[in-house]
Design a protein around this ligand. Structure first.
Ligand code: NI
Length: 256
């Protein structure tokens, strides 16, 4: 089976056909989906999704673009949600200097606070990092040592990916790998072992070829697996099997 380690089915782009779409996952070979948190409003929707669909799990966290909406009361609410059985990670959290919607100090403060909460709850991290390579790396080194994490939608150098892998983290690979101009990400996939890669959509964003620019969904993950298989010189089945195992280790889902 294929596991989607990062999706946003709470997004309003799915409001018209969410149930119909999710009902097709099993036949499409998608066995488990982890829906990542982004805004405060996403949390309630994610909880509901995990209650409505046995194969949907959730992560709770605040995206760096929204870091300014966090306060102590929200952190307490986050902590309570993390106790729910089907909430399996803290995320997505991190730094985004591309959109730069919040000051770097605010982003760093709440990134670190959410890492500390995950450590307290012994939960893995889903890391979002865009144009903030060195600050993210420094914070992970200082605060997330020994924790489990995925660097979601990885967009940096192969050298840094290797460093993250040495720290025990997973590299999240999605639709971008199928893009013609994705030279750097292809070099990343070649540089890190298959045992450190997990599949993700980040849907509704970043649909793979041949759906580039359209609304993404987990059913398109075989295109991502196929491209990774080609780069690694193994079968797509092997990529699906191995990344499933990696995802289960990452999110503590081995017994399911
Ligand atoms: Ni995301």
């Amino acid at each position: 089976m294929i596991i989607d380690t990062h999706a946003h089915y709470d997004d309003e782009q799915f409001d018209t056909d969410r149930d119909e779409l999710l009902s097709r996952m099993h036949d499409g070979g998608i066995g488990l989906i982890v829906n990542a948190g982004s805004t405060l409003e996403s949390w309630t929707k994610i909880r509901k999704l995990t209650e409505d669909y046995p194969f949907v799990y959730g992560a709770i966290g605040i995206h760096p673009d929204e870091a300014g909406s966090l306060d102590e009361e929200c952190m307490a609410r986050m902590e309570r949600l993390l106790d729910l059985e089907k909430i399996v990670a803290v995320g997505e959290i991190g730094l985004d200097y591309y959109w730069d919607k919040e000051s770097h100090d605010i982003q760093k403060k709440w990134f670190i606070r959410q890492i500390e909460l995950a450590r307290k709850k012994e939960m893995p991290l889903i890391i979002h990092s865009r144009e903030a390579a060195s600050d993210t790396f420094e914070i992970m080194k200082k605060y997330a040592q020994g924790m489990k994490a995925v660097i979601h939608c990885y967009s940096y150098s192969p050298e840094m990916a290797v460093e993250y892998v040495k720290m025990g983290y997973y590299i999240g690979v999605g639709g971008v790998i199928t893009f013609k101009n994705a030279k750097k990400l292809k070099a990343v996939v070649e540089a890190v072992p298959l045992t450190s890669i997990v599949l993700e959509t980040d849907c509704p964003y970043l649909a793979p070829e041949p759906y580039r620019g359209k609304r993404n969904c987990s059913l398109y993950l075989p295109y991502v697996a196929g491209k990774i298989a080609e780069l690694k010189g193994v079968s797509a089945e092997e990529v699906a099997r191995r990344t499933e195992e990696n995802s289960r280790i990452l999110y503590n889902l081995q017994s399911l």
